[in-house]
Design a protein around this ligand. Structure first.
Ligand SMILES: [Zn+2]
Length: 671
């Protein structure tokens, strides 16, 4: 029977769920709660050469990888019919693991692309090549994807979104401090090396270092026109419906009519141009940039996408830059892990189906559904009791809360991979076919009704999400394990860990971005102006609070309160809501309200919350994540977030002058 206390006939003895080895009891929880709750874990899990960051999340992800490898091995050991899913999984895995063939093939798998690009001469040909490169997944110049229509969330529409810079974030191209200059130099070195390895320099008749500089010039031009990350979080600024005629006025040289026809959407009449100024600049680049520079940019986009799937000279050069320089890792991940990721990326739901059959206990699903219901109820109480909102906005908020669609474990229907061809030519060719297969699948959904049963993560993923346009929260099987979810423990720690994760995802529907969508997922302002003002005022306090947090001395780096606002609101709300849910559960006798192993239920809750974020991290990774990640660093998710939570202050008796103290008037409570 269920382990839940409700209706349970046999009293199961549940543990406290607190592992004393994870704590550092020499640290004072009121001064540095992160060190207190995670110090033992951090000491016991020093970083190895392969990781630039390693935390409780990563332990699960690594464990899942081992489990996936086990599944792949057992699938491969059987005799499989040609073209079956099992055959596809094992063929792709074996191609990736066959280092002898990979070394022998060298740059051969990308040769056809290099030759084709080198032979381009006219602007028309350049444009058509961009179409082709996008379909194979290089993201040259921009990306096409399928997303809901923000005015009619029941329908999918085509979105055109900025991309096309090899280093990712525009800051790497535009910031002029010593660290970013070093990164750019290393990037040019990487491109030079790989242009030589690919032989494109010979085909183009230009020296590799010159080609590298040409690419950097093109990408810098693109970076300048890109929206920054903070603006990209604004759904109003990134939703710009355009008819094909309107699009032509902005960016005539892309020829969107031809573009969509080539993508398999000949009947398309309108789409969302997420960043019009950027797309306009792409059009100008296509019309005016030096032809050889655009060709070098294309060649690089193929090489950069392929490097991880070619011979070791490519793989290692790629690691030197993206691994060592960018994130501080000292050693490349073992081949089997990299290849498992590739199989997971190409055949994720097929692996997921085997994964849940083997590793996901059905009773975990039921206990999770109960937890979600308790969280939803607690969230409703918090809305009722909020002093900063009027009744009219509260009513709307509660309607939206009640409408949230909940997904737990794995999808009801699985994706069909029968159209994906995996064969024995080259590892890279299979990756291209998989990308093209995914692209066609994505395109097939455009201008059709949204499928609300679809999952945006595979079940083996150690993560969770909220999707504003379907107003749904999703908790894949992969995250429903300790330390998030401990079936053997009293629920105080589960409320602190997975409960806060649930509350976090629900709060995303009401964070600075999510609150702009209504219960049906349409971009639609349902707020009284005075309540919206109150929300923004409170949120700004959180922005200012995080902006003051120093991340690194050299280069001097502070947290980005604007970029991380949505996540910080979600953590703040998740903590408040889940704590409320735990109080309700204590009142019903479902959680042990007494001390266990020396800690009160409230203390166990906060230890479990912090424990989820136990991790070690290198400075380069801290810098990288502060640049690109919408989440705050793990330490800040504990030590900067918790002082806002009065229940935390009370549970540990934090006083003025303590490191974890924040005066009541400076604490932010939104949800
Ligand atoms: Zn989040």
């Amino acid at each position: 029977m269920a382990l839940l206390a409700t209706g349970c006939q046999h009293k199961t003895v549940l543990t406290s769920g607190i592992n004393p080895d994870n704590l550092d009891t020499t640290a004072n929880p009121v001064d540095d709660f992160y060190q207190f709750a995670c110090g033992g874990w951090m000491k016991a899990h020093p970083l190895d050469a392969e990781h630039s960051r390693y935390g409780a999340f990563d332990v699960l992800a690594e464990n899942n990888q081992e489990q996936l490898r086990g599944i792949i091995d057992s699938v491969s050991a059987a005799k499989n019919e040609k073209g079956s899913i099992a055959d596809k999984i094992s063929t792709l895995y074996n191609m990736g693991m066959d280092s002898v063939t990979l070394q022998k093939q060298g740059a051969e798998p990308i040769q056809p692309y290099m030759k084709e690009i080198a032979a381009l001469t006219t602007r028309d040909e350049l444009r058509m090549e961009m179409y082709r490169l996008q379909k194979m997944g290089t993201g040259a110049f921009f990306s096409l994807f399928n997303e809901a229509d923000y005015d009619n969330s029941e329908m999918c529409m085509a979105w055109i979104y900025q991309s096309g810079t090899g280093m990712g974030d525009r800051d790497y191209y535009l910031k002029n401090d010593a660290t970013n200059k070093e990164i750019r130099d290393a990037y040019v070195k990487l491109m030079t090396t790989e242009f030589q390895l690919s032989g494109y320099d010979k085909l183009a008749g230009l020296p590799a270092d010159k080609l590298a500089q040409m690419v950097l010039t093109v990408e810098t031009r693109l970076a300048k026109a890109q929206y920054d990350k903070e603006v990209n979080r604004d759904p109003f600024k990134t939703f710009n419906r355009k008819s094909l005629e309107e699009a032509d006025k902005v960016a005539a040289d892309i020829r969107f009519k031809d573009y969509f026809k080539d993508m398999g959407l000949p009947k398309l009449t309108q789409f969302n141009m997420a960043q019009p100024e950027y797309i306009q600049e792409v059009s100008r680049v296509l019309a005016t940039e030096n032809v050889e520079s655009i060709k070098a940019y294309y060649a690089w986009s193929v090489i950069n996408m392929a490097a991880g799937y070619l011979s070791d000279d490519f793989v290692n050069a790629n690691f030197e830059f993206f691994g060592r320089t960018m994130s501080g890792a000292e050693q490349i991940r073992p081949r089997w892990k990299r290849v498992t990721n590739t199989v997971d990326g190409a055949l994720g739901e097929a692996l997921g189906q085997l994964y849940v059959a083997k590793y996901f206990p059905p009773e975990a699903k039921q206990r999770m559904i109960n937890l979600v219901a308790n969280l939803q109820e607690a969230f409703g109480q918090r809305i009722d009791n909020a002093v900063w909102m009027d009744q009219a906005t509260k009513d709307k908020a509660k309607e939206k809360l009640a409408a949230i669609l909940v997904k737990v474990g794995y999808p009801d229907t699985w994706r069909d991979y029968s159209g994906l061809e995996i064969k024995n030519d080259s590892y890279f060719a299979n990756v291209v076919r998989s990308n093209e297969f995914d692209h066609a699948y994505m395109v097939s959904k455009i201008d059709k009704p949204v499928d609300r049963n679809e999952w945006l993560m595979t079940p083996q993923t150690v993560n969770a999400y909220y999707n504003p346009t379907t107003n749904e929260i999703c908790f894949p099987a992969g995250i429903l394990q300790a330390p998030f979810f401990d079936m053997k423990a009293d629920d105080a720690v589960n409320y602190g860990a997975i409960g806060v994760v649930i509350g976090h995802e629900m709060t995303h529907g009401f964070d600075d971005k999510g609150r702009l969508y209504d219960l049906n997922g349409n971009l639609n302002d349902w707020w009284l102006p005075s309540d919206a003002e109150n929300f923004k005022k409170n949120a700004q306090v959180l922005v200012d609070c995080f902006n003051k947090v120093k991340v690194l001395d050299d280069p001097l780096t502070y947290a980005n309160g604007e970029l991380t606002l949505g996540e910080n609101i979600a953590d703040n709300g998740g903590l408040h809501i889940s704590f409320q849910a735990m109080q309700n559960a204590i009142a019903k006798g479902q959680v042990n309200g007494d001390a266990m192993d020396g800690y009160t239920s409230a203390q166990r809750f906060f230890i479990a919350y912090a424990g989820v974020w136990a991790s070690n991290i290198r400075e380069k990774a801290m810098l990288q994540l502060t640049t690109i990640d919408v989440h705050s660093l793990a330490r800040n998710r504990v030590n900067v977030t918790l002082p806002h939570v009065t229940e935390f202050i009370e549970a540990w008796g934090v006083k003025e002058g303590n490191g974890m103290w924040l005066a009541p008037e400076n604490r932010v409570t939104l949800w």
